[in-house]
Design a protein around this ligand. Structure first.
Ligand code: CMC
Length: 376
């Protein structure tokens, strides 16, 4: 290790890059993308506008948004080989593993695959945003023995996603809640998966390779995989009346509770506050209010007992569930939101790149001689 440098476990508090994308104020629980508060974006902007802001820097004017949206819609179809690969994939394969392989396959088909220029990266980012949504839904349909639903050119990104998943035209309230969720997941500074994409990019590798790495990182239960784990916790609890008993046992055994805690936010995750409202409305609307009631009760018990805050993945779980999203697609959906932030970070990293290469502190055996096989 370099003289004078100290080990910082989990790189806590380390600043790894300058960024114009995300202003995360952990002390005050505030978050903005390129200066636009997350609360206003979630309530008023579409996910397409958020993608535009992240990639181009400012909100689009009407003509710019029209042109941008036309490009996204045109990019929704998947290469035939990719759908064929879904048919050959074991039905039990976890959808995040399929998504990671899909991103790599999309790189094989992308005409700009190895071009790291900004114009090429903007084209690839748009294709990945559209194609990942189609791929998640197509794989889900195929694994269930159904045909993929073709993208609908008259629907926006969020509505088309729900349409491709279910084959039904989604209700306006569901579209708004899903669209806002994608916005809330779009970008979050130097989180583990975004950092992964930056590390890969820093070697001058390409966007698809970096995004495939990001998918692998976000899958873990300490990161985006927490949402699925929250829903499984709620299933385990089963009924609102069981929350106290569950919480007592969890606290007594020091169980790690999914959807609680955050490395940076200590006062509260602003995304969770917005998702709480969306989950309440969606659970009520779908007739599955008990999941929301259980979540609120658990939130209060764990907050009072340990001071732990619910993070973004806590209320998105009952929200996604009540929108009819299968539990093992929660993390792919989160990745379908985060693709906008990953790609914006990849573009930013390419523009001001230096190889990311930290040191390790060696704590293994002292130097010792090699012993030939017969002498050991
Ligand atoms: N349940 C129980 N105890 C917890 C939790 C939790 N969810 N989170 C933190 N703690 C305790 C932890 O046991 C430790 O206590 P002590 O000091 O007595 O050992 C203390 O709080 C500090 O925890 P830590 O693990 O050192 O904190 P960290 O900054 O390394 O971890 C975290 C942050 C998000 C990984 C962690 O809070 C956690 O595991 N949460 C559950 C998984 C989760 O919800 N992940 C989603 C994170 S946000 C969205 C995303 O990244 O996609």
């Amino acid at each position: 290790m370099t003289e004078g440098s100290a080990l910082i476990r989990g790189l806590e508090g380390v600043v790894a890059a300058q960024t114009e994308l995300c202003d995360l104020d952990g002390a005050n629980g505030r978050l903005a993308y390129r200066g636009y508060d997350i609360d206003e974006l979630a309530r008023q902007a579409t996910f397409e506008e958020v993608a535009y802001v992240l990639w181009h820097g400012d909100l689009p004017k009407p003509g710019q948004l029209d042109q941008f949206t036309v490009g996204l819609i045109a990019a929704r179809e998947l290469p035939r080989d990719v759908v064929q690969a879904f048919r050959l994939t074991p039905r039990t394969t976890d959808p995040m593993r399929v998504l990671q392989a899909t991103v790599a396959m999309l790189g094989m088909h992308d005409p700009d695959a190895t071009d790291n220029s900004k114009p090429a990266n903007l084209r690839k980012a748009a294709r990945l945003m559209s194609q990942m949504a189609t791929a998640i839904c197509a794989h889900h349909r195929v694994r269930g023995g159904l045909e993929p639903v073709a993208p609908a050119a008259d629907l926006g990104h969020a509505a088309n996603f729900l349409h491709m998943l279910t084959g039904q035209r989604p209700a306006a309230a569901a579209v708004k809640a899903f669209d806002a969720s994608l916005t809330l997941y779009a970008e979050h500074e130097m989180n583990a998966s975004t950092f992964t994409t930056r590390v890969i990019t820093s070697t001058q590798s390409d966007m698809h390779s970096a995004v495939a790495g990001g998918v692998g990182a976000i899958k873990g239960p300490l990161h985006g995989g927490a949402g699925e784990a929250v829903m499984r916790t709620l299933f385990e609890i089963g009924e609102v009346d069981n929350v106290d008993k569950f919480a007592d046992e969890a606290l007594a055994t020091k169980r790690r509770l999914m959807g609680f805690g955050h490395r940076v936010y200590k006062a509260g995750d602003p995304r969770a506050a917005i998702l709480l409202g969306l989950a309440e409305a969606a659970c009520r609307e779908s007739g599955q209010f008990k999941w929301f009631q259980m979540a609120v009760k658990l939130h209060k018990r764990i907050g009072d007992a340990k001071g732990l805050i619910p993070n973004v993945d806590f209320y998105s779980a009952p929200l996604f569930y009540s929108l009819g999203i299968p539990v093992d697609l929660f993390t792919p959906v989160i990745a379908a939101g985060r693709i906008t932030g990953w790609t914006a970070n990849i573009i930013e990293q390419h523009e001001d790149n230096r190889l990311i290469r930290p040191r390790g502190e060696y704590v293994g055996p002292k130097r010792r001689p090699y012993l030939p096989l017969g002498s050991r």
